[in-house]
Ligand binder design. Structure first.
Ligand code: ASP
Ligand code: MG
Length: 436
């Protein structure tokens, strides 16, 4: 059994839903995870924001606008009047619930219930369409098995038991459809796996049922060796180790959500990235296997802030770094990159929310310098330290770019460079030119 996940643009219109239906029918009894149609989760977030502002009229207007969009999708999607009526009944019901939610008083919980509706709609519409075309698909309600614990971590045991029960109870289906993104929390309330979380759903399902493979279907033919928005002639990378994929996903390759890697990796389920617009393209296979001896890809992460703390007190002292880290821990800010010298430490963050108090407290340890609008460029590949030459090549490619920090040796898979935003495109192009 495979898990196949289709993102928002892949189910973004009636035509695209038909395309997905064609891709999933007749390919065995698999679990298909769907995102909300593209734009829907953003609209739902907007509705919740209107409720938060106390602007019920606006919230209701937005609900009506969204409902009208779905009416258009329904009239295009189904040929059969009874399928159309079945789909309409389901969406009317969901939009009715949304209108009720929009009239309530705002709470974080209310927002979660509002944003959960997108996946409920897309899966129902697709399921009705499959039925119309004669496919015996069964909808598995994610809210019946997907669960996070007190710390927001997936409750693997609960997920595994309940999902397997559901599958057993619906044995004999042609295939299963389920919602990405949504779940329940430890109290049983509706919750979600954070924006972009449908990849995570697919990975959790794959891990829980020990799937043969997890397929992530998007609009590009796999993970590319550089950012196609800035660099010409990028190519898909056909094989990646989980760790390489994790670095790339975290450091900017938008195709795969970073959280998706861990469950698949831990349960040793390969992940394949495929293209709905070109289904026969090879894509990218991510597994616990290293195809060595090469630099595979480059990615960049924007909006990075570098912080340098310099102090004579660091010289030959122990416990200095601990004090630094404790400040970041206190303000719940994660550190991406770090380099040290005898008298100072530089590190980067991608979230300036608590920068002011962080800097204030760091200033008690030494002099603090901030560099904003920086970019981490991450070079990923077989960078095991005993290999020779790869680091030199990457450095050579950047010989005309001012580099603020370099981090190497944290894993066997990456070197990261911190550079200025204005140098990013040039750096990415130079790396492609020198490395691929
Ligand atoms: N629909 C959710 C979002 O837009 C989850 C996803 O698409 O992965 O964030
Ligand atoms: Mg080396």
């Amino acid at each position: 059994m495979k898990v196949k996940k289709f993102g928002g643009t892949s189910v973004g219109s009636a035509a695209r839903i038909k395309n997905v239906a064609a891709l999933i029918s007749g390919d065995g009894c698999n679990v298909v995870v769907l995102s909300a149609m593209s734009g829907t989760t953003n609209s739902l977030v907007e509705i919740a924001a209107a409720v938060k502002d106390g602007d019920c009229a606006r919230a209701l207007n937005l609900v009506d606008e969204l409902a009208a969009k779905y009416d258009a999708v329904i009239s295009e999607l189904y040929a059969d009047a009874s399928a159309k009526a079945a789909a309409k009944e389901i969406t009317d019901n969901i939009f009715g619930q949304l209108r009720q939610l929009a009239a309530k008083e705002y709470s974080a919980q209310l927002e979660k219930e509002i944003v959960a509706k997108g996946e409920l709609i897309s899966t129902n519409l697709t399921n009705c369409y499959l039925h119309e075309t004669g496919v015996k698909s069964v909808l598995l309600p994610a809210l019946d098995y997907m669960r996070i614990d007190l710390h927001g971590e997936p409750d693997m045991e609960y997920i595994g038991t309940h999902l397997k029960e559901l599958l057993a109870a619906n044995a004999g289906a042609d295939l299963y459809i389920t919602q990405g993104f949504i779940c329940r929390n430890e109290k049983g309330e509706v919750d979600n796996l954070q924006r972009g979380g449908s990849d995570y759903t697919a990975s959790l399902i794959g891990a829980a049922i020990g799937a043969d493979e997890i397929e992530i279907w998007t609009d590009i033919d796999g993970m590319h060796n550089n950012d196609p928005r800035f660099v010409e002639d990028t190519r898909p990378v056909h094989n990646l180790h989980f760790e390489e994929a994790a670095e790339l996903a975290y450091f900017g390759a938008k195709i795969l959500h970073p959280t998706c890697i861990l469950p698949a990796r831990m349960h040793n389920v390969p992940v394949r990235l495929l293209n709905t617009l070109d289904p026969s393209a090879e894509g990218t296979l991510i597994e616990n296997k290293m195809c060595g001896n090469a630099i595979k890809a480059v990615a960049a992460k924007d909006n990075i802030t570098a912080i340098k703390i310099k102090s004579g007190r660091m010289l030959l002292a122990y416990g200095f770094l601990k004090k630094v880290f404790e400040i970041f821990e206190k303000y719940e800010t994660s550190i991406d990159m770090i380099t040290t010298s005898e008298v100072g430490v530089s590190l980067t963050i991608d979230n300036e929310r608590n920068l002011e108090p962080i800097v204030e407290e760091l200033s008690r340890l030494g002099s603090v310098t901030i560099d904003r609008d920086m970019v981490i460029v991450c070079v990923v590949g077989d960078l095991e330290w005993k290999n020779r030459g790869f680091e030199a090549k990457a450095l050579e490619a950047l010989c005309n770019v001012p580099v603020r920090m370099i981090s190497y040796g944290g894993s066997n898979y990456n070197i990261s460079f911190l550079i200025r935003k204005e140098d990013k495109v040039r750096a990415l192009r130079m790396l492609s030119y020198h490395l691929f």
